[in-house]
Design a protein around this ligand. Structure first.
Ligand SMILES: N[C@@H](CCC(=O)N[C@@H](CS)C(=O)NCC(=O)O)C(=O)O
Length: 360
């Protein structure tokens, strides 16, 4: 298969880590010279996009991975216990959608990171443009910093909190990885591949957060390489039977951050607003862009919760005790994204996370 992606991209790195583990061969190619064809095939210009040998196209890393799990079931990345599996998918969603803001912030707010990454991105992804390199770098630095940092709520008042999300992720992952090689077993699960999104190509590689990872959380630094090389070193799939006590900090953090954001985003979407506010762990975020895709994420999590037995639901609720987690099972805030209603993902037409041809 051909993966249209970029070597420094969050979601491309997540998918590549998965493909390597599964032994699925792929070629990596930047998508940006081929925009018209890609938009016609998959709806949105984002990475990764997979062009399959059978002529079909796939987008969005989560449904892509779920589809490939059906086609290549071994070695499985899905824990056998339904409660652990649900919580692994929740960790994956948090990795995709909550850690995105700190990852963008570290890359585009810090000068060394911004200078280095703008150079790499321009050289790799904008070969189709004949503008001088320095002009392309000015354009890309501005686009990324304004679009994904400033307009995503990173301001003077929120900056420390945004950074604390990264530090908390390192601490919570370390607590789990001190007990076992991967977060939920002796082989990698969907939770590990989800966290490879932020940890591989952003936090583990961009100068400022990588220095923090090496100094503060060498266990996570080592885990990044372990997941990347898991096809050579991991044995037969083996996962925990019960969600481990050392993961309590991770679940608390997810409830207090990602689930608060999913709720506030869905609530604003239901009122047809384009922006929303939220208070996360005592920090007030203003004027955040409503994301239809994240309403869809909440729909999918609720659907997965609904497939659990009454006993399993009780277990999940006991593991996620805070009030914030109730949005996973209480429908007082509706979540109707209108996205992928035919349930064709990853073969559907994709949307960018902050809109662009958003179905209402
Ligand atoms: N939900 C998608 C998100 C993909 C995504 O947003 N990728 C980023 C780069 S890592 C992107 O292409 N952003 C669009 C842009 O920068 O214009 C997935 O899981 O693959």
């Amino acid at each position: 298969m051909k993966v249209h992606g970029v070597s420094v991209s969050y979601f491309t790195g997540k998918l590549e880590a998965y493909l390597r583990y599964k032994g699925i061969r792929y070629d990596l190619a930047p998508p940006y010279g081929d925009q018209e064809r890609i938009r016609a095939k998959v709806g949105a210009i984002q990475v990764p996009i997979v062009e399959r040998d059978d002529g079909r196209w796939m987008s969005d890393s989560t449904p892509i991975i779920l589809q490939l799990e059906k086609e290549h079931p071994a070695p499985s990345i899905m824990p056998g216990d339904p409660v652990v599996r649900f919580l692994a998918m929740l960790i994956e969603d948090y990795a995709d959608e909550w850690l995105w803001r700190p990852a963008m912030h570290y890359r585009w707010s810090y000068e060394h990171d911004r200078e280095l990454l703008s150079r790499i991105l321009v050289d790799e992804a904008t070969q189709h443009s004949s503008l001088p390199r320095f002009v392309k770098r000015i354009i890309i630095k501005r686009r990324q910093r304004i679009g994904f940092v400033v307009n995503d709520g990173v301001r003077r008042e929120t900056r420390d909190h945004v950074e604390s999300s990264y530090l908390n992720a390192l601490r919570n992952m370390t607590a789990m990885l001190e007990e076992r090689a991967y977060l939920l077993g002796s082989t990698p699960s969907v939770a590990d591949f989800g966290l490879m999104g932020p940890m591989l190509r952003h936090f583990g590689q961009d100068p400022t957060p990588a220095e923090i990872m090496r100094n503060e959380a060498p266990t996570v630094y080592e885990w990044v390489a372990r997941v990347w090389n898991a096809s050579h070193t991991a044995g037969e799939p083996s996962f925990v039977d019960d969600f481990p006590a050392d993961g309590a900090g991770m679940l608390k953090e997810i409830a207090e951050t990602h689930l608060v954001q999913l709720a506030a985003n869905a609530e604003a979407h239901g009122r047809d607003l384009r922006h929303f506010e939220m208070n996360v762990q005592g920090t007030q975020y203003r004027r955040l862009p409503v994301s239809v895709y994240r309403v869809y994420c909440l729909e999918r999590l609720r659907e997965a919760f609904g497939t659990l037995s009454a006993e399993q639901q009780k277990d999940v609720r006991a593991l996620l005790p805070g009030q914030e987690a109730e949005i996973l099972w209480q429908e007082s805030i509706p979540a109707h994204s209108g996205y992928d209603e035919a349930r064709e993902a990853p073969f559907n037409k994709a949307i960018n996370v902050y809109g662009d041809g958003v179905p209402k």
